[in-house]
Design a protein around this ligand. Structure first.
Ligand SMILES: Nc1ncnc2c1ncn2[C@@H]1O[C@H](COP(=O)(O)OP(=O)(O)OP(=O)(O)O)[C@@H](O)[C@H]1O
Ligand SMILES: [Mg+2]
Length: 272
């Protein structure tokens, strides 16, 4: 079964889109290097801000006919075909495909609220095409909206990016509770939290070290620590040029840290 990773946290600016795009691209490269016959990865952008779409495809003007919005508005029968038609190749790698977000997703939440089966409008068609990909990565908006719920329902693995200053257990526990609520409330037993990813870590800041130590020592959360990505301005420079950090500077501290995380995920995929 193809793993579907959703990057989620209702806090804004914690590195969801950076991590989703970097990890999706890095997986393609690592799978290709390992000579896997199909290294293709699909990135799905569910955030109407379209940051992940913009950096990976160079555009963010997708709309009624060529985006996730189109898929959500399609009738059940035609949705898988519509999904296939809306997927585009990224500018980063031929094997990194993107289902673009659209500013229209903002309205879709209102249009679909209360519509029976609405939360499954991504999961259902996606399940029909998932086996064409080695992995699927979903980026979400900074809220627990219907759109984020759709992403979680379509996923098998939730990864929670978190900045060291937001590491307090209360915040993390509320994200985990939300994920558990989706798993139980929507009878989606396959969904589990597969990792907490600490982002923008500055080891010169005492508070960051203190919070990271606390997380590592925590009896349940500590076991979920997937990796620590250093604060590294190369990330912002790469973004500004719509480039992956790996293409911008493979030797940057953030590139090395992301590569480790991708290695862990790819090994877990192989063992699945
Ligand atoms: N490791 C890092 N070092 C330095 N800057 C980073 C790092 N990771 C992300 N950033 C910067 O932080 C900002 C927010 O990152 P990003 O857009 O990935 O977060 P997000 O959680 O997707 O935000 P939103 O909640 O708005 O969707 C961006 O300007 C990005 O360039
Ligand atoms: Mg984002």
């Amino acid at each position: 079964m193809t793993r579907v990773y959703v990057f989620t946290n209702h806090k804004g600016g914690v590195g969801k889109s950076t991590s989703a795009t970097t990890i999706a691209f890095g997986m393609v490269q690592m799978l290709r290097y390992a000579k896997v016959s199909n290294p293709r990865v699909l990135l799905i952008d569910t955030d109407s801000q379209s940051h992940a779409t913009l950096v990976t495809t160079g555009r963010k003007d997708y709309g009624t006919n060529d985006s996730l919005y189109t898929v959500l508005m399609a009738d059940r029968q035609s949705a898988p075909q519509v999904l296939r038609e809306c997927i585009v190749a990224s500018e980063w790698d031929v094997d990194l495909h993107v289902l673009p977000a659209s500013p229209m997703l903002e309205g879709a939440e209102r249009e679909l609220t209360g519509v029976a089966g609405a939360p499954y409008r991504l999961a259902d068609p996606l399940s029909k095409i998932a086996n064409q990909y080695a992995a699927i990565v979903i980026d979400t908006r900074p809220s627990f909206s219907l759109m984020t719920e759709m992403g979680l329902i379509a996923a098998t693995d939730a990864i929670i990016p978190v900045e060291p200053r937001y590491l307090e257990t209360v915040g993390l526990t509320s994200v985990m509770n939300k994920i558990n609520e989706i798993r139980d409330g929507w009878r989606h037993p396959n969904l589990h939290v597969s990792g907490i990813l600490v982002t923008k870590m500055d080891s010169r800041v005492r508070g960051h070290n203190h919070l990271l130590n606390e997380l590592q020592a925590h009896p349940t959360l500590g076991k979920l620590l997937l990796g620590v990505i250093p604060a590294n301005e190369a990330v912002s420079y790469a973004h500004r040029q719509h480039q992956s950090i790996f293409a911008y500077d493979p030797a940057a501290p953030a590139s090395k840290a992301y590569a480790q995380v991708i290695g862990t995920l790819v090994r877990a995929m192989a063992g699945a």
